[in-house]
Ligand binder design. Sequence first.
Ligand code: CTP
Length: 400
Amino acid sequence: MTTCASSVSKKRLLLGITGGVAAYKAAELARLLTQEGIEVRTVMTKSACHFVGPVTFQSLTGNPVYTDLWETNAVNNMAHINLSRHVDMILVAPASADFIARLAGGMADDLLATLCLARDCPLIIAPAMNRQMWENPATQRNLSLLQRDGVRIIGPASGEQACGEIGMGRMLEASELVEMVRTAFQTGGLLQGKKVLVTAGPTFEAIDAVRGITNKSSGKMGYAVARAAVDAGATVTLVSGPTCLVPPIVDKLIQVVSAEDMLHAVQAEISQIDIFISVAAVADYRVARVCQQKIKKSDKKLSIELIPNPDILMMVSSLPEPPFCVGFAAETEDLEKNAELKRRKKNLPLLVANLAQDAIGSDESELILLDGAGKHVLPKASKMEQARHLIKHINSLYQQ
Ligand code: CTP
């Protein structure tokens, strides 16, 4: 088993809270972080104080709460420098659209923004906002800038929002953020400097102008793996088949349709890559002759000839100098036996096996990691959590 939660006590974290309804979740977050043994210092923006009071955080963390850039009690009147100098990480949760914009612009117009600017520790932000604010090109542009600047962005999740709308923008739950902080303290920078390529989602093989063959893969696992690799500091390229998901913020996103498109995208990137994680449910066959027009209905039987698709993972693992290759196997029966056969056939140092009927489309999965040393069971958990464990395991094998 690869799950571990070694102590992160004695670590110091600056918790930044900005204005948004999700600020109430930050109280639970402060409580859980403190319970982990982490020394939490809280900085709130003026807007955050409209949603929840500083006293709450003072009581939960046992430490003073800072709200003012012009705090006269701070040593040398330099609260901005002192506070960020003595922490191992800054976590801003919730991070509002306004705060993200100010951060992306390098502004220092309040205490929290100033601390983020005057830091030499990792900065992680957990965005929370209305779905239209999240989808707005300005917000997405700011997030891309921040990511390029090395800021880690976690979440948001999709779901019902305070305004009654449904969509992307919900801050991750406090327990998920704590898990992420724990992982970041344990694995932060684990894949720093590594280039990771992830394939995700299904492929779509056209039959005619409007029809095609695809499968039930949602892309959730592949997207979670890409996000976990970003969180671990890797430079990530995501090659995704058609999905309904909002993609994670990666360094390069290549959207494809068919297995052949996916193959070409992977071939174009692979020479740069250190670790290849093949999560996509690639169609094994495609239609021999795609009809350019819509096929008309008739009373006669219709046969479609299918020809094999290239095996992308096999192509990569057979390269003269392959990257570290990780495969996924979704099986409906004889899980371990079939998966281990697949691992050997494709010559993989690591293969992740799961039961197709349990995992496909679901938010949770149970995984079995098969490597040269045997099997490691990851009991049922969210795909994001599994992805983080997987990244840790990949790193430990990669280092050997
Ligand atoms: N894979 C691939 N290209 C293909 C088929 C599969 O890259 N044309 C990769 C998948 O991304 C996955 C692994 O191979 O990492 C195993 O995929 P899976 O569909 O479970 O198995 P197959 O090799 O297709 O064999 P089968 O369908 O017979 O189980």
